[in-house]
Design a protein around this ligand. Structure first.
Ligand code: ADP
Ligand code: MG
Length: 238
C-alpha cells in the first residue's frame, strides 16, 4: 500500500455530490499538487485527509492505517490555509508554539522547536511581533511555522500563496521547494495556478467536477493528456 492511500472516496453535502469515487496513491516524501477550477472539490478533499470533514464513503489510509475515524490532532497531518488563520492578539512566538502549548509540552522543548522553525523560515527577528506588524509573506511563514513545530508526517497547503502579490508568490514558491528538500516530508498542495503546480509538483492531480481527471508527473500530463480538459488545464497543445 502507498504511504497515503485514498480509496473510492465520495462526499456529498445534502443532495450535492462534491467528490466522486476518488482514488489516489501518494508516496512518502512526494510533493503532490492538486489543480482544478474553483468548486471542483480540492479543499473538501484536503479537509477529509486532515480530518476536518468526514467521507460519505471510501477510506483514507496513512501508513497502512485507516484514519477515517481518527481525530485531526492524532492524524499526524498539519494544514496551512490561504487566510493564514493566525491569532491576531498573539506574537509570532505564541502563534507558532500554540499547538505545543495546548499539548502542555515542556517549555524548553517548545523554545527549541520554535527556534528551529524560526531559523528555517527566517522568523528569528520577528518572534515578538503580532500579525498586524507583519507583511503578507511573513504571515504566511508564521502559518507554516505553526505547522512545522508539530512535525507532521503530511503537510497540507490550501492555496497558501493566493493572497500574495505575484513577485512574492514566486519567492515563496522557491522557499516551499527548499522546505520540502530540507524536511523531506510528504506535501499535498492545492492551487489554481498552473505555473505554480508545474513548478512544485512531483505528482500533479487534475480535478474536475469532483473527479480526478489524471494524475502523474507534470511533464507526462503535458505530453500525454488523457482528455481535453487536462490538455486545456496544463496548457498542452494536444
Ligand atoms: P474547491 O476547493 O475546489 O474550490 P471546495 O471543495 O471548496 O472546492 O467545494 C466543492 C463544492 O462543495 C462547492 O460547490 C462548495 O460550495 C461545496 N461545499 C464545500 N464545503 C461545503 C459545506 N461544508 N457544506 C455545503 N457545501 C459545501
Ligand atoms: Mg478551495
Amino acid at each position: 500500500m502507498a504511504f497515503l492511500d485514498i480509496k473510492a472516496v465520495s462526499k456529498s453535502f445534502g443532495a450535492q455530490s462534491v467528490l466522486k469515487d476518488v482514488d489516489l496513491s501518494i508516496e512518502r516524501g512526494e510533493f503532490v499538487v492538486f489543480v482544478g477550477p474553483s468548486g471542483c472539490g480540492k479543499s473538501t478533499l484536503l479537509r477529509i485527509i486532515t480530518g476536518l470533514e468526514t467521507v460519505s464513503s471510501g477510506t483514507i489510509s496513512i501508513e497502512d492505517e485507516v484514519v477515517n475515524d481518527v481525530e485531526p490532532a492524532k492524524r499526524g497531518t498539519a494544514m496551512v490555509f490561504q487566510s493564514y488563520a493566525l491569532y491576531p492578539h498573539m506574537t509570532t512566538f505564541q502563534n507558532v508554539s500554540f499547538s505545543l502549548r495546548m499539548a502542555h509540552r515542556p517549555r524548553a522543548m517548545i523554545a527549541d522547536k520554535v527556534q528551529k522553525a524560526a531559523a528555517i523560515l527566517r522568523l528569528d527577528t520577528l518572534l515578538e511581533r503580532k500579525p498586524g506588524q507583519l507583511s503578507g509573506g511573513q504571515k504566511q511563514r508564521v502559518a507554516i511555522g505553526r505547522a512545522i513545530v508539530r512535525e507532521p508526517r503530511v503537510f497540507l497547503f490550501d492555496e497558501p500563496l493566493s493572497n500574495l502579490d505575484a513577485e512574492l508568490r514566486v519567492q515563496m514558491r522557491a522557499e516551499l521547494m527548499d522546505l520540502h528538500r530540507r524536511l523531506g516530508t510528504t506535501m499535498i498542495y492545492v492551487t489554481h495556478d498552473q505555473v505554480e503546480a508545474m513548478t512544485l509538483a512531483d505528482k500533479m492531480v487534475v480535478m474536475h467536477a469532483g473527479r480526478v481527471q489524471q494524475a502523474g508527473k507534470p511533464l507526462d500530463l503535458y505530453d500525454d493528456p488523457d482528455n481535453r480538459f487536462v490538455a486545456g488545464f496544463v496548457g498542452s497543445p494536444k
